[in-house]
Design a protein around this ligand. Structure first.
Ligand SMILES: N[C@@H](CC(=O)c1ccccc1NC=O)C(=O)O
Ligand SMILES: [Zn+2]
Ligand SMILES: [Zn+2]
Length: 208
């Protein structure tokens, strides 16, 4: 029997965060060690930290917020592929990989090598990849990177093009050691009404 595998980054004070953004923190507001009847915590973090999804509102003032997103995007069959992304992630990276009918695509680039630090550089998704994947049927694109655009991008061309083509974005996955193939995926966002992004617990189970 195949097991559920956790493909999420652990959340703690050392989880890398976008430079200048809000890091993860947890504290007890009520503590049994200090005489309270229960432990009650408070968490604080950026909505774009660790393994998370982007709502279109992150890069489009009129875009959908987290609560408006279709849950079906984040639960169901997903295809895991490994690509060579030494410079960027374009159509060429998917040569020889059959993507027809793939609705949820998880791409292992292996380019975030040290998960204890925020990377200095990541390969960007080429905007042309968006219509190519959309034509195959892709609605969710997940990557093992903190963004689909260059880290210093202000225009966010890949975010915008993917979203314009109906593809939703899942970032910060941990895909090392996962063999390519078909999986069941669950990566649900929190029910954040005002959300521009949301942490997710992403898990997969090999099919068959
Ligand atoms: N696009 C990135 C996040 C991002 O761009 C960002 C996150 C926190 C603080 C600043 C950011 N971008 C600044 O230019 C993402 O989707 O996670
Ligand atoms: Zn994000
Ligand atoms: Zn993003």
């Amino acid at each position: 029997m195949n097991q559920w595998l956790d493909i999420s980054q652990r959340l703690n004070e050392n989880t890398p965060y976008w430079p200048g953004d809000t890091q993860y923190s947890y504290r007890l507001n009520s503590s049994m060690a200090e005489g309270s009847s229960v432990n009650v915590g408070e968490i604080r973090m950026s909505t774009h930290l660790g393994t998370h999804i982007d709502a279109p509102y992150h890069f489009d003032e009129n875009g959908k917020k987290i609560i408006e997103l279709d849950l079906d995007l984040y639960i169901g069959t997903a295809t895991v592929v490994k690509v060579d992304a030494a410079e960027s992630i374009g159509i060429k990276a998917f040569e020889g990989i059959e993507l027809t009918g793939v609705r949820r695509l998880l791409v292992a680039t292996g380019q975030w090598k040290d998960l204890s630090r925020f990377p200095e550089w990541i390969p960007p998704v080429e905007p042309d990849l968006a219509p190519f994947l959309a034509n195959k049927g892709v609605r969710l694109l997940g990557l093992d990177l903190p963004s689909v655009d260059c880290l210093d991008s202000k225009e966010l061309p890949a975010h915008n093009k993917l979203s314009g083509c109906g593809i939703h974005i899942l970032e910060g996955l941990v895909l090392d050691g996962l063999e390519p193939g078909l999986y069941d995926l669950a990566a649900l966002p929190l029910a954040l009404e005002a959300g521009d992004g949301s942490p997710v617990r992403a898990v997969v189970k090999k099919k068959g």
